[in-house]
Design a binder for this molecule. Structure first.
Ligand SMILES: *Cc1c(COP(=O)(O)O)cnc(C)c1O
Length: 330
């Protein structure tokens, strides 16, 4: 039987990473609770160290390496937040990190990685191009590939966030989770479906380049073109040789929802004006699912706010109402 991610992996991850990551708060959203007539709770992972939940999986992966592997160093292809998190985790463990990313990644994210002492390599126009360089580093220089989502320790690390949500709110009807490669939602769904099988787990992403949604429709991992989007952390494919997240998402996730760029922009603005939070596009999709009416809460619902690492120039245009996405036809 193929190797699988289990609840034991999530519990082990929690013991391992506990001292190195924040246990973020689950807070009620007055605006969304009022708008929907149900209790809406926000899991504030935008307040996690490094500005996103990715620190959980990256830290668990680095702490799971053998001493010999740790001496060789780690590498990854990343749209930014995973690279940043892996750099932070590697630094904490005294390990070298080489982060490979495509030219679509915003400059603020590249700078943040270099500031953490990691090497940042810009390769090609897509996640797949960046992965070619990672494969070379593994083959020729012996580095360990810690991919952003398709690795047991990464999925288990992200799953710790699901444990925390249920500890704070045991009676949830649904949890809305941003969806890209699926490491986050796979880990969260594993924890939630194990502890509270009746809680629905819903994936949300952008229309433009909704890779996992296309793969679910095709019944297998397929190539999906990467497009520019306000939810840049959700860009990129799931990998044609995907090992874990595709089947976990297919088996554990109840529903997926896709949003327009305008809906994502409106959700970022809502997060800022009503919740007083700076959210990146990927993190705001749960808010967008509710505001757009594409998800109708039928009971207490938690939204995972996954990160805050947005280009502040773009954020400024969105809250000023001048961003082009806001004038798109509905
Ligand atoms: C990576 C990321 C996601 C999506 O996580 P996956 O495990 O790839 O599905 C969502 N939000 C933010 C901010 C991210 O960095």
């Amino acid at each position: 039987m193929a190797e699988m991610v289990t609840m034991a992996d999530v519990l082990a991850a929690r013991r391992r990473i506990g001292p190195l990551v924040h246990r973020t708060a689950l807070t009620p959203s007055l605006s969304l609770s009022e708008a929907s007539g149900q209790t809406i709770l926000l899991k504030n992972e935008q307040q996690q160290l490094t500005g996103s939940f990715k620190l959980r999986g990256a830290t668990n992966a680095v702490l799971s390496l053998s001493d010999e592997e740790r001496r060789r160093g780690v590498t990854a292809a990343s749209t930014g937040n995973h690279g940043r998190a892996l750099s932070h985790a590697a630094k904490a463990a005294g390990t070298r990190a080489v982060i490979c990313m495509s030219a679509l990644v915003p400059a603020n994210k590249v700078e943040a990685i270099r500031a953490l002492g990691a090497e940042a390599r810009i390769v090609g126009r897509s996640q797949d191009d960046a992965q070619v360089e990672v494969d070379r580093l593994v083959a020729e220089e012996g580095l360990i590939d810690v991919p952003p989502f398709d690795r047991v320790e990464v999925i288990a690390g992200q799953g710790t966030l699901g444990l925390e949500i249920l500890e704070d709110a045991p009676e949830l009807d649904a949890v809305l989770v941003p969806l890209s490669g699926g490491g986050l939602i796979a880990g969260v769904a594993l924890a939630i479906k194990t502890l509270s099988p009746r809680t629905r787990v819903v994936g949300v992403c952008m229309e433009r380049g909704a890779a996992m949604v296309a793969c679910l429709a095709a019944g297998q991992p397929v190539e999906v073109e990467e497009l520019e989007t306000l939810a840049d952390s959700l860009g990129g494919g799931i990998g044609l040789s995907n090992r874990y997240t595709f089947s976990m998402v297919r088996d554990l996730v109840d529903e997926t929802i896709v949003l327009t760029e305008k809906e994502i922009a409106e959700a970022i603005a809502h997060g800022y004006f009503k919740e007083r939070e700076v959210l990146e596009g990927a993190a705001a999709v749960g808010i967008g699912a509710i505001l757009s009416g594409k998800f109708v809460p039928k009971g207490p619902t938690a939204l995972v706010l996954s990160g805050k690492n947005i280009d502040m120039g773009v954020h400024g245009q969105i809250i000023a109402g001048t961003h082009t996405a806001l004038s798109e036809a509905a």
